[in-house]
Design a protein around this ligand. Structure first.
Ligand code: ADP
Ligand code: ZN
Length: 822
């Protein structure tokens, strides 16, 4: 007999939580891998996911599966396989990896079911006059009992909650259970989804009827005007307008709506409010009549071939400058995949989940696009999940969390801005790269993989070349508009000429001109990266670790310069060792400070600020973007968030306040980050109809990453950087594993870190892994987070996970291939 045993993964912290259960006769053939089931576990019941079906088990006397929650798997086969792969790749518990593929709403679904065992006879209720409290309780008891139509009928907890809305019925229920009148059993089911509904107004009368009623809408002059306005507004669209929007647009009141409804001129429908998918209304895209250029055509043909290929598909890396028309390629490829009956997963970086890419896809594929991201509610995400799973959505767009949507017809995975570090999950285990996961996912799910970026990482290009992926280069802007002119300003010269401001003279001049021309400007400040960056204001000299060649950072508290790689510290010299200048600066200008300075210089300009503070509220990120896109502001000042794939036609000028490599200085990827950020941010200028200009201010004008960004010369940067990596033995020529030890006590943290590194060194020694080395332990760049001290150990070698496979790392954080070591 086959497949009588289900291997089930439970979310319990035991041996990876995998257990065997027998499959009862009535469920044979119904339970498939990826299905959610309920099984007995110790004294209770738990939900779990079927990992595999087998015909034998090492364990005898298996207990049977209790319930099949849903006949349709909640994870596809490919998702399950990726989860397994993640678990070995990242040394993370399988249950954590399975959780990556479970939408929140189904991670914990049990609820209680109540059965009326026996109706109590009325007499048993006491004759004595009850106190008020008692009578209230009796009342609740009676209401509860009356909810059940008859003996043996069953009600779910949520049903009772709904019917007893606002009543605390648990105590009364408990006493009924104690008396044996009602029985409680655990019950599991996928939740129903109740999305919030919104009211939408539509015109419901003919033009003639409206015409004839036009002046009789109200006897009152003001109300008449409002109601006419409202009808005009509705006339301009065929789809109807949400009532809240309509009221805002016209200044009309609910009473106006009611009056028009009464006259049967308009009707109100209730529609499920889907996610707030787009925030940008302005449609600047010409749409499908765009004629692809030769390079785009070539990329599309490759993807087409891949979609049709029956054997192993070759991943495609689309390496195209900003504005080269990558998104257009994604859209065409999606069209093809959909025409072949396939589903498409489009991954975008967390923060640049721009309303823009969503807008473009949903306009091109109305009704077929589901969005899945953290700014939606659980219910909205669950809705996308359901519609992706049952196939009514053909395209899912979202950041790495969108991997959770089961796509049975998956045929194409697109990873946009594939260089972005936010693809790496750092919040909770597993610590993994979604780009890597997408690549596994495509291979295991027989889907075509497309990675796209203007600045793929050194490792990605290297990997693509080594693995013989297809690489498509798009070197020019699709719209034919030339790339922005990039000007480099040497801030040391500014200082010599007496300008001590954070703005160079040329930047101020260009800002003036931009404002005079009624164009827009973006000012970019890499604040997080630049805080603590210490350098000589006069010559630009920065301080480096004698062992690691990595810039040292200033720690105000200890009053020391510190290497975050090896732990080396030194004091700050009185004068610059290179030029003797006394002014050694810690760059620490904040976004808000820049905003104030700019306001003082340009009092009449309208300015938007975008940083973690102004975007903390739900929807504020979208709001700022749409205000800027609609040209309701002249200058946008911000951090990293302004560098991502945004496409603003009105932007002429981009200013980078400090382009220095000091950003992310603790890391071997400093120059790569610098090059990427500068390339991305300068690409925001002059996207469509204006000739753009970018100004990079720096104290390191000769630095190769800055030079390459100014010249837009990816190839020479790649060559230099790759040679540097080979020389220092860093990825892609080795792999890293970073172990972070944290504890509220400093001494415990330190001791643990030293003990662990000792243990690892022993393993290295005994297994003579001479090609792997251990760096540290050293305090992390952020030495204390959330009240815990942090130290780390870094392993570098061809296969560093091998070394710690058998080391107990349960109480520490293990990051495999981390994108940074902050
Ligand atoms: P990317 O994703 O590489 O930044 P987009 O796809 O957003 O580039 O294209 C940039 C701009 O060029 C968009 O406004 C787009 O509509 C336009 N565009 C794309 N392809 C073409 C083309 N073949 N001809 C003309 N315009 C194009
Ligand atoms: Zn060092």
């Amino acid at each position: 007999m086959n497949d009588l045993i289900a291997q089930v993964i439970l979310n319990v912290p035991a041996k990876d939580g995998i257990f065997d259960y027998s499959i009862p006769e009535e469920l044979i053939g119904k339970i498939k891998t990826g299905c959610m089931v309920v099984v007995p576990f110790r004294q209770t019941y738990m939900q779990g996911i079927v990992l595999s079906l087998n015909d034998e088990s090492a364990v005898s006397n298996l207990r049977p599966v209790t319930q099949l929650v849903d006949e349709m798997p909640v994870l596809t086969f490919a998702q399950l396989e990726v989860a397994k792969k993640l678990s070995t790749r990242c040394l993370a518990p399988l249950s954590d990896c399975v959780n990556v593929f479970l939408t929140e709403k189904i991670r914990k679904i049990s609820e209680d079911n109540y059965t009326l065992v026996k109706k109590p006879d009325q007499k048993s209720i006491s004759d004595e006059k009850p106190t008020e409290k008692e009578s209230r309780k009796t009342l609740i008891r009676e209401r509860l009992i009356n909810l059940f139509p008859e003996e043996n009928s069953v009600l779910a907890q949520s049903e009772i909650d709904q019917k007893m809305e606002g009543v605390n019925w648990k105590n009364a229920m408990d006493s009924l259970i104690r008396e044996g009148i009602i029985r409680k059993d655990p019950f599991f089911s996928l939740p129903d989804n109740k999305l919030p509904v919104r009211r939408v107004a539509h015109l419901s009368a003919t033009a003639e009827t409206i015409e004839s009623e036009w002046n009789a809408l109200s006897r009152q002059e003001k109300a008449l005007k409002r109601r006419q306005e409202l009808l005009l507004c509705l006339k301009s669209t065929a789809d109807g307008i949400p009532v809240t929007d309509l009221l805002r647009q016209t200044g009309a009141t609910q009473a106006d709506i009611k009056a028009l409804e009464k006259k049967h001129l308009i009707s109100i429908t209730e529609e499920e409010a889907e996610g707030d998918y787009t925030g940008l209304e302005s449609d600047t895209y010409p749409g499908s009549e765009i004629l692809l250029n030769t390079e785009q055509q070539k990329a599309l043909e490759m993807i087409e071939q891949g979609l049709k290929a029956t054997e192993q598909k070759v991943p495609i890396l689309v390496h195209g400058v900003t504005g080269s028309g990558k998104t257009e390629i994604y859209i065409r490829a999606t069209e093809q995949a959909i025409a072949q009956g396939k589903q498409v997963l489009v991954l975008v970086p967390e923060i640049s989940l721009t309303p823009q890419i969503l807008g473009r896809f949903s306009r091109r594929f109305p009704g077929k696009v589901g969005v899945y991201h953290s700014r939606l509610t659980d219910s909205q995400r669950y809705e996308t999940w359901r519609k992706g799973r049952n196939g009514s959505f053909r395209i899912i767009i979202g950041p790495r969390s969108a991997l959770a949507v089961p796509l049975n017809d998956l045929g194409l995975i697109i990873v946009d801005e594939c260089h972005d570090d936010s693809y790496y999950q750092t919040e909770r285990p597993p610590f993994f790269s979604a780009v890597q996961a997408a690549s596994d996912y495509a291979a295991l799910g027989d889907a075509q993989l497309v990675l796209g970026s203007a600045t793929p990482t050194i490792a990605q290009i290297f990997k693509a070349q080594q693995s013989k992926w297809e690489i498509v280069r798009l070197k020019g802007r699709a719209s034919g508009i030339s790339k922005p002119t990039v000007k480099l300003v040497d801030m040391r010269q500014e200082l010599k000429s007496g300008n001590r401001s954070v703005f160079s003279r040329v930047l101020i001049e260009e800002l003036k001109e931009t404002l005079a021309d009624k164009k827009q400007a973006i000012l970019f400040l890499n604040r997080r990266g630049s805080a603590g960056y210490t350098f000589c204001h006069a010559c630009g000299h920065d301080f480096r670790c004698p062992h690691c060649e990595i810039p040292l950072t200033w720690h105000q508290k200890q009053k020391k310069l510190c290497c975050h790689f090896c732990g080396y510290t030194e004091s700050l010299p009185e004068v610059c060792p290179r030029c003797g200048e006394k002014e050694i600066h810690q760059f620490g200008t904040g976004v808000e400070q820049v905003e104030n300075l700019i306001r003082a210089i340009f009092p009449s300009a309208s300015i938007l600020r975008m940083d973690s503070e102004t975007t903390a509220k739900k929807g504020s990120y979208e709001r700022i973007l749409s205000q800027f896109a609609e040209r309701r502001a002249d200058i946008l000042i911000g951090t990293q968030m302004v560098t991502k794939g945004l496409d603003f036609p009105g932007v002429r000028l981009v200013g980078v306040l400090l382009a220095d490599v000091g950003m992310n200085f603790h890391d071997y990827r400093v120059d790569e980050h610098t090059f990427q950020i500068l390339t991305q941010v300068t690409g925001r200028a002059g996207r469509v109809d204006v000739k753009g200009m970018a100004i990079l201010q720096t104290y390191q004008p000769t630095r190769y990453s800055i030079q390459a960004a100014v010249q837009g010369d990816f190839d020479s940067f790649y060559k230099k950087e790759l040679a540097y990596r080979r020389e220092i033995g860093y990825p892609p020529f080795s792999r890293l594993v970073r172990i972070v030890i944290s504890d509220p006590s400093q001494s415990v943290t330190e001791k643990k870190a030293f003990d662990l590194s000792e243990e690892i060194r022993k393993v290295l020694h005994s297994e003579s892994h001479r090609t792997t080395n251990v760096i540290g332990p050293a305090p992390c760049f952020f030495p204390k987070l959330d009240g815990k001290y942090r130290w780390h150990i870094i392993l570098r070698g061809p296969n560093p996970t091998d070394i710690i496979k058998n080391v107990d790392t349960k109480t520490v954080r293990v990051e495999v291939d981390p994108p940074s070591v902050l």
